[in-house]
Design a protein around this ligand. Structure first.
Ligand SMILES: Nc1ncnc2c1ncn2[C@@H]1O[C@H](COP(=O)(O)OP(=O)(O)O)[C@@H](O)[C@H]1O
Ligand SMILES: [Mg+2]
Length: 408
């Protein structure tokens, strides 16, 4: 595994590209009406070549060698993410290396979807992605994003005191605003969970990781049901429903709210069957009455659900206000058609009652666990400054350990 990573690093560190400028610049005569020559364009008016302003260059990506890699901050299913410095602007960015290993014919579809969706989405609560840069060859491609100091998974695992209820409300309102924007643009995220929620040191929460995200249309086309990390997976997915709606993101949002309030994952199933059992234990067994069409879902041909008539949310959150319980129950409606939308949630009385949501700028700032050396706690930045090269591939920080715990 380490060898594999080292290998891809060698490729990208080297960073030389087949020099298209050189190839095109050999041919200088204007044989055809418009002739591109490096970044020059032939002018009909003057009969001269003129330079194309850099902002108008098409089909050209910067090279990853224009970035100084500082340290690795995360690794998931679809890519490795580095903290890096853009040497042109001096800005600290996140570089997500798109996974290409198993691909013979270009960029994997998940990577293309992520690039396409992220470059076209602009919202305060969605991670900002500005460009794609290339490594040595076309099989190493990086997505450049603005750097967020924290992800909620490693933060939850490392913070000494859990978030207060006012802070939880502040986080959730931002997640819901991001989700509302996504859903208004016909995008289902399909992998909402705490490790895909980032936070800046100004308290701004951003939805990240669009590797599984899909644009959907009407009528809904079937999509693969094995999406969304198990603990956050909606019952319709677990029971094999063919169509997926934005409601699957809303179930996941309910799990995130529950996790932030309970200070531990709400439904930490070990297997798909166990996940369904935990859901039934918490919310009772669904019926045709509350979820029309439920008994015809594919998985129910093979097994039947245990009878459990009670909703145990109140027993889990004894201290929570009626408004809070109502919001959770709305997010955990079995019938996806009845489940709360992001807009419904933002209207919830829970966010208008005491304790009032804290302002994002009043959120505390936290040490950057992901940039520390595991053994010494020395900030990674200090360490990489001492090295001749900024590349620091051998440092997984604390994140990978957390990831093992959380991802299923
Ligand atoms: N823009 C960013 N700023 C800071 N850290 C990031 C950024 N994007 C991703 N990360 C870190 O990298 C991890 C993996 O990135 P993610 O996009 O979720 O990839 P994967 O699809 O592999 O899960 C995240 O959980 C987070 O810790
Ligand atoms: Mg992820």
């Amino acid at each position: 595994m380490a060898e594999g990573r080292q290998k891809s690093e060698t490729k990208t560190d080297d960073g030389r590209d087949s020099n298209r400028e050189e190839e095109t610049s050999k041919d200088t005569s204007p044989k055809t009406p418009v002739k591109e020559r490096g970044h020059m364009l032939y002018s009909f008016l003057t009969g001269q070549y003129m330079p194309i302003p850099e902002k108008d260059w098409l089909g050209r990506c910067r090279k990853v060698t224009e970035f100084e890699k500082l340290n690795r901050v995360g690794e998931g299913t679809y890519g490795i993410v580095y903290r890096a410095r853009d040497m042109k602007t001096n800005e600290i960015v996140a570089l997500k290396m798109m996974r290409m290993e198993r691909e013979k014919d270009g960029i994997p579809i998940s990577g293309l979807r992520e690039i396409n969706i992220l470059l076209n989405l602009h919202h305060e609560n969605i991670v900002t992605s500005t460009e794609v840069v290339v490594g040595k060859s076309l099989d190493s491609i990086f997505l450049v994003m603005s750097y967020c100091e924290q992800d909620l998974a490693s933060l939850l695992d490392n913070m000494p005191n859990p978030f207060t209820e006012a802070q939880v409300k502040c986080i959730m309102i931002q997640v819901l605003k991001g989700l509302k924007f996504l859903h208004e643009h016909y995008i289902v995220h399909r992998d909402l969970k705490v490790s895909n929620l980032l936070m800046t040191d100004k308290g701004c929460v951003k939805i990240a990781d669009f590797g599984l995200a899909r644009k959907y249309g009407v009528p809904l086309k079937p999509m693969t049901p094995r999406v969304v990390t198990l603990w956050y997976r909606a019952p319709e997915l677990l029971l094999g429903a063919k169509s997926q709606t934005t409601a699957i993101d809303m179930w996941a949002a309910g799990c995130i709210l529950g996790e932030l309030l309970a200070h531990k994952p709400l439904l930490p199933g070990r297997t798909e069957i166990h996940q369904i059992e935990l859901i039934v234990e918490m919310f009772g067994t669904p019926t045709e009455n509350i979820w029309p069409g439920f008994s015809k879902l594919p998985a129910l041909e093979h097994f039947s659900l245990k009878k459990q008539p009670y909703n145990n949310l109140r027993h889990t959150f004894t201290w929570l206000s009626e408004g809070g319980i109502r919001l959770l129950n709305f997010l955990f409606m079995f019938d996806p058609k009845k489940r709360a939308t992001a807009a419904d949630c933002l209207d919830s009385s829970y966010f208008k009652e005491q304790p009032y949501p804290c302002q994002a700028e009043m959120m505390p700032s936290f040490p950057q666990h992901r940039n520390k050396r595991k053994s010494t706690g020395e900030p990674e930045q200090e360490r990489s400054r001492n090295k001749s090269s900024g590349s620091a591939l051998d440092f997984g920080g604390t994140y990978n350990a957390q990831k093992k715990k959380r991802s299923l």
